[in-house]
Write a protein that binds this ligand. Structure first.
Ligand code: HEM
Length: 174
């Protein structure tokens, strides 16, 4: 966990993520704040779902999930981006959510990226490919554009996603 947090920090520094939040009129705000806090991040994540589910490359990964699982993923992704953007979140973390299926409140421990992505089946039978990650990023970017996220901040979020390529893309595709 500690290694993950430090790694994320080092990564953000190296990608210019932290620097990008230190210029101009937004110098007092963290990327997390500029994204509209956890609520703003959740909106970007939710608005990316239709794109993710219908994308010709990666839609198949998401269409097979229950509505309950989809809700959990969105909350976990929100927590992860919140943590990486300087918000008051940690990742991995435990969430409490109300299931959209049966209205029951559940707790769930969001897993690290390697544990939650390696070994999937996928259309080619070899799990997530490099191009799939590109498609994922394109959907998140489209959602950020729809939500009026400034382009430097979009790039910072895309850098966060890109930094996880090695854990998300299946080892069989390397
Ligand atoms: C950097 C890019 C990505 C990030 C940050 C990300 C983030 C996440 C997070 C936070 C979860 C929830 C983990 C959990 O339930 O413990 C998750 C689950 C999942 N992700 Fe990703 N993801 C990324 C890329 C992708 C791609 C490219 C695909 C498919 C093409 C994908 C497919 C899935 C699926 C199917 C699950 C559900 C796994 C399960 O319930 O067992 N993800 N992702």
């Amino acid at each position: 966990m500690r290694r993950y947090v430090l790694g994320t920090f080092a990564l953000l520094a190296s990608t210019g993520f932290i620097l990008s939040s230190c210029g101009g009129s937004s110098s007092a705000q963290t990327p997390f704040e500029r994204l509209g806090g956890e609520q703003g991040i959740r909106k970007v994540v939710s608005d990316a779902v239709p794109c993710l589910a219908t994308d010709p490359n990666i839609g198949v990964f998401f269409r097979g999930l229950s509505a309950d699982s989809l809700e959990r993923i969105q909350l976990c992704l929100t927590k992860q981006l919140c943590a990486a953007a300087g918000g008051p979140c940690t990742y991995p973390t435990t969430i409490t959510y109300t299931s959209p299926v049966d209205g029951v409140q559940r707790t769930y421990t969001c897993r690290p990226m390697r544990a939650s992505h390696q070994g999937m089946l996928g259309p080619g039978g070899k799990g997530i490919a490099n191009g799939d990650l590109d498609s994922f990023k394109a959907c998140v970017q489209k959602s950020m554009q729809q939500n009026g996220v400034p382009s430097d901040l979009q790039q910072a979020v895309l850098n966060i996603l890109e930094s996880q390529r090695n854990d998300v893309v299946d080892d069989r595709n390397k």
